[in-house]
Design a protein around this ligand. Structure first.
Ligand code: COA
Length: 179
């Protein structure tokens, strides 16, 4: 069963209830933890501070008045039976594209409920609704699971950059068009 209510989507699969909704105030500590855990291997810098910056932008209404390229920052949470299980952050760009940065399913939920696929489908539908013509992201070459995931979903490898975000880690640029 699928129920869609504005920006909340609820699906019942094998009696497990899966819901995708906007991130709320009390989601921050969970988001901070999953971002730190998923990103520290591939990216330098302070992931907790980065999480706070993008989360605050979303909570304050998601409108980026100052961004030269960005106009919007939105964060969504996937829950399984009321438990936080995955997140996606979307950055809307003035060039009618959306950047996924990042998409994370908590390790204990990976490969079990298709949450990565559901969050990506949610992002595609959000981007389409906002007249975007392209979704894109970058993934560390060493992050084989994530790279395989995006390639299986039809993303096209646009190129790569050595030591782009972290010394010794090659970053792959991926895009999906048209959405
Ligand atoms: C990438 C990620 C989001 C996938 O989430 P998931 O819920 O496990 O993925 P799904 O169950 O929806 O799998 C979807 C597809 O990807 C494939 N896939 C998932 N994990 C895979 C892996 N480790 N290796 C190869 N393929 C994989 C599945 O086989 C499936 O293919 P299908 O649709 O053709 O059957 C998850 O592994 C993750 O959160 N990784 C850590 C965070 C991260 O690195 N994010 C990328 C930075 S943006």
């Amino acid at each position: 069963m699928q129920k869609s209510n504005g920006q909340t989507k609820e699906i019942i699969v094998n009696s497990v209830n899966i819901e995708i909704r906007e991130a709320l105030d009390d989601d921050f500590s969970w988001i901070e933890e999953v971002m730190q855990h998923a990103l520290e291997a591939y990216y330098g810098g302070d992931h907790r501070a980065h999480a706070k910056r993008i989360f605050d932008a979303h909570i304050k209404g998601g409108v980026d008045h100052l961004g030269f390229f960005s106009f919007e920052q939105r964060m969504f949470i996937a829950e399984v039976d009321g438990e936080r299980a995955g997140m996606i952050h979307l950055v809307g760009k003035r060039q009618s594209t959306y950047k996924i940065s990042p998409l994370i399913v908590a390790p204990e939920f990976q490969g079990r409920f298709g949450l990565g696929s559901r969050l990506l489908a949610y992002a595609e539908s959000y981007a389409r609704k906002h007249q975007a013509h392209q979704l894109y992201c970058t993934v560390a070459e060493q992050n084989v699971a994530a790279l395989q995931f995006f390639l299986r979903k039809g993303f096209i490898r646009a190129g790569s950059s050595d030591s782009h975000y972290k010394s010794g880690v090659t970053e792959t640029m991926l895009y999906q068009a048209p959405i």
